[in-house]
Ligand binder design. Sequence first.
Ligand code: ZN
Ligand code: ZN
Length: 398
Amino acid sequence: MRIHIIRGQDQIGGSIIEISSENARLILDVGSELDEETPVAPRVEGLFFGKRAYDAVFVTHYHGDHVGLASHVMPGIAIYMGERAAAVYRASSDYLGKPPLRIDGFLRSGEAVCVGDIRVTPFLCDHSAFDSYMLLLECDGKRVLYTGDFRSNGRKSFSALLKRLDRVDVLITEGTTLSRDAVRPATEAELEEIACETLRQTDGPAFILMAATNIDRCVTAFKAARRSERIFLQDVYSAAIASAAGDGIPNPGTFSGVRTFLTSPTEKQFGILSRYPKAKIGRAGIAREKFLMCVRPSMTRYLEKLSELKPFDGGVLFYSMWNGYKQKPDVAAFLEFMDGKGVRITNLHTSGHADTATIRAMIDDVDPKYIIPVHTENAMWFEKNTEREIIREQSFEL
Ligand SMILES: [Zn+2]
Ligand SMILES: [Zn+2]
């Protein structure tokens, strides 16, 4: 097998990795750059333009830095992704008016897909994107594991995943957190406790600002709301995403403690609202309830009107995203707006990426001869902290 890191080696985001053999050529992830408004495909001949030279693309998860260029992939190259991940991505694209993604096959944990002489086995892992996978590639008796993005502090058991993984020759691993301070990240269960305690001590309304596609966080927020005897309010966008993730995820279709509301009377919003006839709730109804509401910066006008019916004074807003987003003008303006309404803003977040202890546990478990760091700004960490051979070149022949 030959491994070629097309992009995303000494940077976070924009991941594109090529794996090839005698008779197969695959791509793992087709990510856009993190700060790209409109993704631009790099000049990879046979993948994005020219004569088709690849057989398949395997997408580990739906974050833009892994899937953002999927719509640029040439016809005839099969695209694989998790089934639930694809549904969430579709729900989001539909709402945002983006064209649907062509998916040719679904990834299912432990079920191998063979492309030529390469066997690809996905393993479900925990990450801030739902239905994320690690990919094991086998060919000619050699084994390569690509971690995608992963963590051990979510709601899925990391030790159970490690038990399923055997020894490999090469580990291609993410190292997102290695350029940040080494602190043990809180678990989602710990966030739930903190949120629950805060909600119990708060009389006023409660809000949470998070990515609708962060399904683990949606579960955390719902559980905290239920335990503190509040209804969980999802705007129609959040409701559509949560429903796409499956019946077992808190959503207004299958959970009695979840209600949904629209923030502007558009055809699209009414369309989603009509899927939940028993769970919809209007502004006057909301004003009478004790709730935890999903909010986003575009809802300022709606919240202004709601605050006329129910003052926000003494309320709380959980800021549940990466701290860096606070610098974005729309987020900054939103936080200022809520602060002006007398809402206390408190951080409730944890990393979606593996910390050093988790990366070490992964290395110890799969015992690779070689490590190829990707998705990191600190590949040196592996050289300093592991006894393995670290590959920093773009291409590696196994
Ligand atoms: Zn990710
Ligand atoms: Zn990523």
